[in-house]
Design a protein around this ligand. Sequence first.
Ligand code: NDP
Length: 308
Amino acid sequence: MKCLIIGSGPAGYTAAIYASRANLQPVLIEGPQLGGQLTITTEVENFPGYPDGVEPFQMMDDIRRQAERFGTQFVSAIVEKVDFSCSPKKVWTDDGTLYEADTVIIATGASAKWLGIPSEKEYRGRGVSACATCDGFFYRGKTVAVVGGGDTACEEATYLANLCQKVYMIVRKPYFRASEIMQKRVFDNPKIEVLFEHNTLRLTGDTKVEGADLIYKKGLPDEEQRHIAIDGFFLAIGHQPNTKLFADYLDLDAEGYIKVKGDTPCTNVPGVFAAGDCADPHYRQAIVAAGSGCKAAIEADKYLKGMR
Ligand code: NDP
């Protein structure tokens, strides 16, 4: 086959639209989370073309059907193993099938890290979010908490402070990990209250998040429990790119993101391209992922025509 795409988020589906229109007859392996990370948010309001917002499954189904219209073949399976040392490249799925492809577009995304407390799963989509840019708007005028002390947490807290009446930051250490400039923005913002040396024990509320039980100075003699009333709980403790499968063949950065050449989707293996959040530690937006999926398909086509 000419082109195999791995991943069913905006990057994978957009790559499929372009690859199928370029007559690469792509096969797309959809993976464990159909529609990608976006489907864990409540509503998408910032993707161009939907003036009234759109339900995430609807949007992903729209993009999928667009790719289907031009002949993309979809496979509901999970990739278990790859071999990029040969040509064509080999990809095995969990149903035992071996796919051989001249080009592979990796669009496996990233997964937000979760704290692992039981209530965060229970309230996912009902007050718990891992993306302030996606969901912050629903908390206008409300009180929210952001967990984490890195640049993402500071950025998200500052973003939320523009919308919300109050933002708590729950930071497990007595200091931030974030850069000085991001810390300054937080400290200078009167709407943000930083709770250093706090950990979250559980979230409370009947059908949605209404509060959080925290523990201060866990394990120390002056340990103390406290409760905060909140409407939203934003996790910002980092993301994990879904790239482990490719580590033997592709250059990854220290955090596991696939390294690409400049602003192209080209990896260190000719014919293997990376698109979307698996290669993007910075933006993590559906529209950016879709754009990079388009680039990956164009590059795959060029490669097949001997232009790369
Ligand atoms: P980081 O890994 O930098 O920070 C994660 C934060 O979450 C840390 O404060 C960490 O605490 C905390 N944390 C991790 N696990 C837990 C847990 N189980 N409970 C409580 N807290 C926890 O991730 P980021 O997403 O913030 O940043 C990733 C990279 O992206 C960084 O290199 C960052 O600089 C970059 N970035 C840059 C931006 C910019 O320049 N504008 C914006 C956003 C990200 P601890 O410190 O105790 O380990």
